[in-house]
Design a protein around this ligand. Sequence first.
Ligand code: AMP
Length: 488
Amino acid sequence: MQTDNSIDFASLNLIAPIMRAVQDEGYTVPSPVQAAAIPIVLDGSDLIATAKTGTGKTAAFAIPMLQLLDESGTPGDALRGLILTPTRELALQIHENLRAYGRHLKLTHAVVVGGVSAGPQIQALRRRPDILVATPGRLLDLMGQGKVRLRDVEIAVLDEADRMLDMGFIRDVRRIVDALPRQRQTLLFSATMSKEIEKLAGEMLHKPARVEVTPPATVADNITQKVMFVDQGDKRDLLVKLLKDDDSIGCALVFTRTRHRANRVARQLSQSGISADAIHSDKSQGARQKALELFARGKVRVLVATDIVARGIDVDGITHVINFEIPNEAESYVHRIGRTARAGAAGIALSFCNAEEIAFLADIEKLTGVRLEEVDEHPFRHQGIASQRDTGGSAPPKKKARGGSGGGGNSNGNSNGNGSRSGGNGSAQRGQRSPSSAENNGSSRRGGPRRQPRGEDTQSRPTSQREGRSNETAAPKKPHFGRRPRTA
Ligand code: AMP
């Protein structure tokens, strides 16, 4: 899971019982959809979120829903939260999550789903749950029988809206939404966005904020991934040797962690007679564009880049991506190496790994599920570092055993086992239970104003004023949560 480690649950303004529950669950940092959605929901806005199962989306709506309902009323008063979901399995899973995140709260929950006897569900409804998780068909049945009333619902969640459409539930959903009070907060989650979903959102949501989370990049099959174990001090010589000896390296993109090092590596390559340029965020747009053009036209053989600009590099014919330094975020590795093997061509990704980077390598192998093949025949091979890989040691080795000869194009054929393994020092993400990786296009606002208690005449901050959140429509100028007449 890609996480923004600068955001932790504490900065999301969660109440103590929920913080405790999150800790009980073993979550260390919010997933991107959680970091982005929780503040928006706590602020009282409607929300349209693109996120798949596995991104942590359930907590993204369940946690703020629990918090808002805990703050706004008395448990057992009325049904105030409704979660609609397409399948029985999902409903039960959401119910489990509500239990987990709400375990230190007094709020109660019930589930109504089809395919099983309605009796126990009716019993559960009589106990006046605060939150109901439901599939549309059974809920409509029970509404028809007068067993459930939605007139007090304050927050409604439409989960997996795209599947609701696919499964033909949309008419049922519309009828249920029609029975909800007009003044409510509505959250819509969908794995994909389509015109139909937009239309549905237009009907049901009021000036929603938007959060988009895209699934993790996967490594293309046509990229061969290799690793070379080498002391940091030998990386420069190794790079020069590789580029001089191996003619198959036609067009190489070399990644460093810092702009400074990108400049230095490019300079050193040039001094060694290898045409190279650097591209990073310190350079003007014009200089970057020029460097890219020369690289794309084959006038410059090596482009040394930092991660920041990697996204703008869309050049066909990059034969090699060389990680002069291994990124501490495994997702960055996937993104970096995706710059080669474009347009169906084959590509090679080579990573220079020093002692401190062993842990990053382990993260990458864990994320991609691929053990990087070692290139062990090169004069800078560091036996001590290589052996740390499998012992998981974190202390830098003292001795280095040089061996082999040649240009580094060979390998020992030790490929493609499942390399998932924990190393020593990890990246900040290590150790958390993670849903699948996800990338957040809409970042969160932290530490912003809390939603005011119901009934107070408050002015929520316009979405456009919220810091750092992208892909949002303008937020309501007036609060729309509570009993204010809806304008849309
Ligand atoms: P979901 O996308 O809601 O189905 O969640 C997928 C899995 O991720 C579930 O097993 C959750 O328990 C887990 N999960 C949710 N949020 C986090 C988090 N912040 N850190 C680690 N695991 C999480």
